[in-house]
Design a protein around this ligand. Sequence first.
Ligand code: L34
Length: 293
Amino acid sequence: MTIIDGKKVAQDILAEIAGEVEAIKAKGGKTPHLAAILVGNDGGSESYVASKIKACEKVGFKSTLLRFPDYVTEEKLLQAIANLNNDKDVDGFIVQLPLPRQINEHKVIESVLPQKDVDGFHPINVGRMVLNLPCYVSATPYGIVQLLERYHVPTSGKHCVVVGRSHIVGSPMSILMAKNTLLGNCTVTLCHSKTENLKSHTQKADILICALGSPEFVKADMVKEGAVVIDVGTTRVASTETKSGFKLQGDVKFDEVAPKCSFITPVPGGVGPMTIASLLKNTLLAAKKEIYS
Ligand code: L34
């Protein structure tokens, strides 16, 4: 059994990006610039956005954080997005999700210029991803693909079961794994909250991707011997073991599932850090105008 070290792979990717940034700067090029919009004070969002900003510093990107209170109006948020769309110095930007209820998430996502949508959430980027056209692939699925690649996990002809059909992870993941590309060519089953007898599906998975956001939902009896298990869940649960009073828990009951696996990602230190590395990779592509020239 191999524990996939997402933290290490993410660090390797950040080092590669840093090298490219150095080369761009040495040639007198513009410093890549990522901006992030953070609404409210959700603990998870605060921590993820802080990690994104820190990663920018590490690779030599410029970063800008725009903060709004959770009572911000949709109009004000859309204005901030329009400003970033028009800001020539900003190569790419994200609006951290979730957003408060008064804000229409779809409206926000569609107002981001696809050329600057380094989250890959805009319908143009999602559509281009489905059609195998150059695009920004959203960071978490892109991170998972890179983990599988770097660990040489065979995918062709394998049965991949994705649990969870969110727009940002489950749905794009199911599409990527089925693609006729070097990494892909899986037979894919997409399971969700209405799936009957979920266990009968997950037990057949050669590659099981868990993205439901339900702590320790996936138990040993749901997993096939020798499976590759990717745990996307990062739920904050109360804990007396940590100073902060909470800990991160994945969707997989790691201790009992891991011994059955050929490969498994831990939480923390698995998919999470890869989400950040992939966002920066997309931002570098944006700065180099490699997707949209
Ligand atoms: N717009 N909203 C937008 N883009 C995204 O890509 C995200 N996501 C998800 C939530 N909302 C978003 C993230 O950034 C989830 N997510 C994310 C990013 C990073 C980490 C987890 C989720 C991460 O770094 N996790 C670490 C632990 C961090 C900690 O201890 O708090 C890990 O090792 O899993």
